[in-house]
Design a protein around this ligand. Structure first.
Ligand SMILES: [Ca+2]
Length: 511
């Protein structure tokens, strides 16, 4: 029975992108798999019990992992949200551009409308496409020029998403609103919103001057996060107005989840591609009261349980719609974990024995493994045999691999760094890439056994977050098979391996 289904899928997919007429017909073809990218924010390898963590219990992710392939050597391209997500969607290394760093809350679109994306690719194949939740990839044309009170353009629809419901930027940056199909949700025209990253608005209290107004969370000392006050939490950036549109932090996960479930219900009879970006462990952490106190680790741990709940809700929605069998879910995170990322939420104090970074060194912002080696599960019950894969895989390849799933090769210029590793993502090829290239200040290249970190002038250590960033003026070489914690720099002992990996990196940079 299964082989019949497989043949059906193959035939459908091969024909799927070749013409408008076919496209229209195939909208009704049931065999095409739905595809969901479920991307957590700042959740580390060790934050999920499916990866062996005994200090947290994330049963829904465990269930997903048990029905799919769990990866032990999967990588994001970068160790922060904006460049990581940029590469995920475009198949283009973020480090090839100098404007893909952590985006301001009023940044213009980092992915430009003319750039092909994985969402464009699915749309061309007749899929209905949606983006829900965390974004942090800019909206509108240029920084600071958006019409927040009107139609914000360009937007997600210009890079392949038919529907969007997004946090305007990210939780710790203004404007603290959801934007649905490029208009702010619940905005009262009589209370227009104004946003600035240059100067405060007269009369609007700031966190740094009014700690007594920070009734939920206060910023950690010297971290910033002390400007506009929204819901008793100060943020980065200045805003005024739009009171009715402001999100409640405790409801962010619910809002994202409800919209994701609705999207699944609304499109259950046609193939869809859905990106869901959750917030949860990203600061400021203010989970819904029903999760508060449940992890014993304070808001960060409770937020992990909240993430797990979202995963469960999406799985339930697929079940109810009869779509579980033929939906391909990629669950992953955009970068590694950070414990104190700027708010006094007692995350460090309450961490106990929990190791968000798993066996790896570093964390968010770091070129050491914990920065970019992220959790990944790929589930597709109709096609994927459950198991664990040590294949070396990178999120940059999801674009070309999903195109391959559609029976399509990328057009010239599309996803230039993305390669077809569909068999690796589906657990059939247990080797994966020859090497991965990553960025976090410094560049690194790893073949799975050896990892080279190029010299850089960045700081070795970030005191505020207590994270080893991995920068060094010296060349670094680690044997990840023998030294997963990257403790012993072997560059001096193995100049030939340094030379080999350096040559790969230089060749990539020259492309
Ligand atoms: Ca992130």
């Amino acid at each position: 029975m299964k082989s019949t289904i497989m043949l059906g899928i193959g035939a459908t997919l091969l024909a799927s992108c070749s013409g408008n007429k076919q496209k229209a017909e195939e909208k009704t073809t049931p065999q095409k798999p739905n595809v969901i990218f479920l991307i957590a924010d700042d959740i580390g390898y060790g934050d999920l019990s499916c990866n062996g963590s005994k200090t947290i219990h994330t049963p829904n992710v465990e269930k997903l992992a048990a029905q799919g392939v769990r990866f032990t050597d999967a990588h994001a391209v970068a160790a922060t949200s904006t460049p990581s997500r940029y590469s995920l969607f475009t198949g283009h290394y973020a480090w090839r551009r100098n404007d893909t760093g952590i985006a301001a809350g009023d940044a213009g679109m980092v992915i430009r409308p003319e750039q092909p994306t994985v969402a464009d690719m699915f749309r061309e194949c007749g899929y209905t496409t949606g983006a829900i939740g965390k974004w942090h990839l800019g909206l509108g044309d240029k920084t600071g020029t958006q019409d927040w009170n009107g139609f914000i353009t360009p937007g997600p629809t210009d890079i392949g998403f038919d529907y969007s419901y997004l946090m305007a930027a990210t939780a710790d940056r203004v404007p603290c609103v959801f934007v649905e199909n490029q208009r702010i949700v619940n905005l009262d025209p009589n209370d227009p919103i104004a946003v600035s990253y240059k100067e405060p608005f007269p009369g609007e209290p700031l966190g740094k001057d009014h700690p007594e107004m920070l009734t939920k969370l206060k910023p950690s000392p010297n971290h910033g996060h002390d400007m506009a006050i929204v819901n008793g939490i100060s943020r980065i950036g200045y805003m005024k107005g739009g009171k009715q549109a402001l999100w409640e932090d405790e409801n962010i996960a619910d809002s994202i989840t409800v919209k994701a479930v609705q999207f699944i219900e609304n499109h259950k009879d046609e193939p869809f591609f859905l990106y869901v970006g959750t917030n949860d462990a990203h600061v400021p952490r203010w989970p819904h009261p029903r999760f508060v106190g449940k992890s014993g680790m304070g808001p960060r741990g409770d937020a992990l349980l909240q993430f797990d709940w979202t995963v469960g809700q999406i799985m339930d929605a697929l079940d109810k719609a009869g779509l579980t069998e033929n939906t391909l879910i990629v669950l992953s995170s955009d970068n590694g974990p950070v414990v104190d990322d700027g708010y006094a939420d007692r995350a460090v104090e309450l961490l106990g024995d929990h190791k968000p970074w798993g066996p790896f060194r570093g964390g968010k912002y770091s070129i050491f493994e914990a920065g970019t080696r992220i959790p990944m599960v790929v589930s597709w019950p109709a096609q994927v045999k459950p198991g664990v894969s040590n294949a070396l895989v990178s999120q940059v390849d999801l674009y070309a691999s999903m195109a391959s799933l559609m029976g399509k090769t990328l057009e010239p210029g599309a996803g230039p760094d993305s390669q077809d590793y569909l068999d690796a993502f589906l657990g059939k090829d247990l080797k994966g890439r020859d090497y991965v290239v990553e960025v976090a200040g410094a560049l690194s290249v790893s073949d799975g056994e050896w990892k080279y970190i190029a010299p850089s002038n960045g700081a070795a250590y970030q005191k505020l977050t207590n994270i080893e960033l991995g920068n060094s003026k010296e060349e670094q070489l680690y044997n990840l098979k023998q030294d997963i914690g990257e403790k012993k720099n072997l560059a001096a002992e193995h100049p030939e391996i340094v030379a080999k990996l350096k040559a790969i990196l230089e060749k990539e940079k020259a492309k």
